[in-house]
Write a protein that binds this ligand. Sequence first.
Ligand code: FEO
Length: 135
Amino acid sequence: MAITWTPNLAVGVVKIDEQHKMLFQKVNELINACNQGKGKDAVAELIGFLGDYVVFHFRDEEKLMQAHNYPDYAKHKSLHDEFVKGLGELHDELEREGPGLGLVLKTNQVVVDWLINHISKTDKAVGKFLQKKEI
Ligand code: FEO
């Protein structure tokens, strides 16, 4: 089941919204690779790419928050750090069970739920804050 970025997930900062769309795309590629029975190496590469992209995205978002003295920065950053750790669970699942249904379920649980929840609440709060500052 693919996940789709919808306008109600827009944070209102073009760069961040574009990165979120890319994250959705990468998650979908990972889920598709598992569903299509792609090999372990191909799936590991996708998990690696997703991990790198997440770190890149979080860094940009954190810089933006810091640049504007966002009051909930520390809490937001700790959620990012937790998520990066959670991505490690996908690697573990891949090592344990290979690129099958278990990994799809884990991806849905660890990545999809978190991503949608985080963007729609935590990231949107940043967007609102920045809008008030007329950025
Ligand atoms: Fe878009 Fe806070 O991650």
